[in-house]
Design a protein around this ligand. Structure first.
Ligand code: HEM
Length: 111
């Protein structure tokens, strides 16, 4: 019998920190995948992948009708299972988003 190490539980709020070429995570089927190294190899292009980070991309992945090979590739990129954030994690994420909003507003000369 084989044993695999328990998968890391990743709060969904962490997805927001991994939406760029330097670190891209994708949530599909309740699992979080590190797709950073795969961006350049995706037959459908990298933009479509980056656009689908930070949210549940299950439906988009299924809608394309990806092959078994695509699914096998996906399985190799799993880094953990998604879980809802704790109240504290949600509060920290909300604060960060608000701060980013303020920065954006001042960059636009508004506020
Ligand atoms: C990490 C997740 C993904 C993997 C491993 C993956 C893998 C692949 C592979 C291997 C193909 C070639 C056709 C096939 O074998 O099915 C493909 C095609 C494609 N994928 Fe993905 N894909 C992923 C996520 C996505 C997502 C989230 C979208 C859309 C939002 C997407 C859109 C497409 C499109 C539009 C094509 C067709 C490209 C063409 O034939 O012109 N893929 N993908």
């Amino acid at each position: 019998m084989t044993t695999s190490p328990p998968m890391r539980e990743i709060p969904t709020t962490e997805l927001a920190d991994h939406t760029s070429r330097s670190s891209a995570w994708m949530l599909i089927d309740g699992k979080v995948h590190d797709i950073t190294a795969f961006l350049d190899d995706h037959p459908g292009g990298d933009e479509i992948l980056l656009d689908a980070t930070a949210r549940d991309a299950t439906q988009e992945f299924e809608d394309v009708g990806h092959s078994g090979e695509a699914r096998a590739q996906l399985a190799e990129m799993v880094i953990g299972v998604a879980r809802p954030p704790t109240a504290e994690e949600a509060a920290v994420a909300a604060e960060k988003a608000a701060a980013a909003g303020v920065r954006m507003a001042s960059a636009e000369g508004g506020g």
